[in-house]
Design a protein around this ligand. Structure first.
Ligand code: GLP
Length: 259
């Protein structure tokens, strides 16, 4: 079996079921797990299912540590609701027993503001490594906020957002002018140090990036997702629409069944 395992699900619900199951199974086997978490619309269903499992007493999350991929910089003062910290509180943290002091963002370490991003990396290392890194996918192929042109060995740092990312993320803001132009993101090098990577994507907007990923079969700077070819344990969990442009002979090389 190759280093990349592709699972094609019928829809978003099936993707969320599978991703949440993988994460909950990990936490049930290792209660002090280190979870690398993502934002955007893609992981919302996964977080909902984790909350359901928590409410059904199928998992206890109070010992996990979470490390988020990225956070905006320069958000307007009254726009806290667009911060990824707020997103995580709303979509996961406040609805489970995850302890706030064990949640880490590149710009916050627990409850403390952080602008020395090497300290964020030190925090990950202090607890070993990230056991599972959950990733979404930008339409331009970005992961975290690592835009096209990011080098394979980049670490957590300030990044400029690509215009296509600003345009795409403007749906969450009052106007395009309100979208920050900068963020702090784990680097590709940081992401690749995780033990296991789960990338989830659905919808036809992601089909081109997914197709390009399978065409390249190695890292190219113009497609940050292609850095995942340098990792040994990657699950790409997508729906039929996102998979619709993958070359047929590539499919058989990487496709595995969703048991
Ligand atoms: C943002 C985040 C990414 C995310 C991407 C895709 O730019 N920084 O981590 O993967 O959006 O978002 P969505 O899941 O809404 O398509």
């Amino acid at each position: 079996m190759g280093t990349i395992k592709l699972i094609i699900c019928k829809n978003e619900n099936e993707i969320s079921d599978l991703a949440s199951k993988i994460i909950v199974d990990l936490v049930n086997n290792k209660k002090k797990s280190n979870l690398g978490l993502a934002t955007g619309s893609s992981p919302i269903g996964t977080y909902k299912k984790i909350i359901e499992k928590y409410n059904n007493c199928e998992v206890c999350l109070k010992h996990v540590r979470t490390f988020n991929l990225d956070e905006y910089l320069d958000l307007k003062k009254d726009d806290f609701k667009n911060s990824y910290e707020y997103y995580m509180d709303e979509n996961l943290f406040s609805k489970t027993d995850i302890r706030k002091k064990r949640t880490f963002f590149p710009t916050m370490l627990g409850n403390k503001p952080n602008d020395d991003y090497s300290k964020f990396e030190d925090k990950i290392k202090k607890y070993g490594k990230i056991d599972i890194q959950l990733l979404g996918l930008g339409t331009n192929g970005h992961i975290g906020f690592n835009e096209p042109g990011s080098a394979i060995d980049t670490r957590t740092r300030i990044v400029d957002l690509a215009q296509s990312t600003i345009d795409s993320n403007s749906r969450y803001f009052k106007s395009k002018e309100d979208v920050p132009k900068r963020a702090v993101s784990m680097g590709l090098g940081t992401i690749l140090e995780a033990e296991k990577i789960l990338l989830i994507a659905f919808g036809k907007e992601k089909a081109e990036a997914i197709k390009n990923f399978f065409t390249k079969e190695e890292f190219h700077e113009d497609l940050p997702m292609s850095s995942l070819w340098n990792h040994k344990n990657v699950y790409i969990i997508i729906d039929e629409q996102a998979a619709s442009k993958i070359n047929k002979d590539k499919l058989s090389n990487f496709l595995i069944e969703n048991e």
